[in-house]
Design a protein around this ligand. Structure first.
Ligand SMILES: *Cc1c(COP(=O)(O)O)cnc(C)c1O
Length: 221
């Protein structure tokens, strides 16, 4: 590892900034969970962050996550934050503590079925495509209420939170506000929003978890 980037210092700095943003909004630092997004990072960097006591990590691909974490799984909470194909649902249910990318009926049905089979219940977030971007996963805002109701009533799934990734070229605030509004009217209290460039804004808009990758680990390989 080069001396130019110090993951432990970056970790301390990000926790300080999360705490400051939380306090500015009248909340406690402990109300916001830092999800360390370790995708595509060399293991030595991930190990350095693990050593700080960081215990919650995010990965965007099932197979990559299993390869990286299989021998380091104990005491770690792993969150899937990338799109989930139904043919990977079996592995995802077995491996992850949280799945943040539930966004369609077929996936809801497959998850419900697999969770019953395995007797395991990863916590679930519905991903909302707040910017209605063609290339992005997530249910569009106008269909979010009906989809959440269907997850609950048709598939018997408990929805812990909502997740969004705002468009890269727009101010994120209105997207965070929209996600918070959809959550509130559906009785959902957890919000996964905010990344390296905008996590403080997300905290001000009510994020209960922020997903930070490059600001914590350095640029991805
Ligand atoms: C990669 C990724 C992140 C982290 O992005 P950074 O800009 O590196 O912080 C957060 N959320 C999702 C869904 C991602 O895929």
């Amino acid at each position: 590892m080069t001396r130019s980037f110090d993951p432990a210092a970056a970790h301390a700095d990000i926790l300080t900034r999360i705490a400051a943003a939380a306090k500015a909004g009248g909340r406690q630092a402990g109300d916001v969970t830092l999800v360390a997004v370790s995708k595509q990072q060399p293991w030595e960097r991930v190990a350095a962050i693990l050593e700080t006591g960081q215990a919650v990590f995010g990965e965007n691909r099932v197979q990559d996550a299993m390869a990286a974490w299989d021998n380091h799984r104990e005491g770690v909470e792993l969150r899937l934050i990338g799109p989930l194909q139904t043919n990977k649902v079996k592995e995802a249910v077995a491996f992850f503590d949280v799945i943040e990318t539930l966004d369609r009926e077929k996936l809801a049905a497959a998850l419900a079925d697999e969770m019953k089979k395995q007797g395991r219940a990863p916590r679930l977030y519905v991903q909302v495509n707040t910017g209605e971007e063609e290339q992005k996963a997530g249910v569009v805002p106008a269909e979010a209420d009906a989809f959440i109701a269907s997850c609950r009533d048709t598939h018997g799934l408990s929805i812990e939170g909502l997740m969004c990734i705002p468009p890269a070229d727009e101010p994120p605030g209105p997207h965070f506000a929209l996600l918070a509004k959809i959550a509130a009217r559906n009785g959902i209290s957890k919000l996964s929003m905010g990344m390296s460039d905008d996590f403080e804004t997300a905290v001000r808009f009510g994020a209960t978890s922020v997903r930070v990758g490059s600001a914590l680990f350095g640029p991805r390989g």
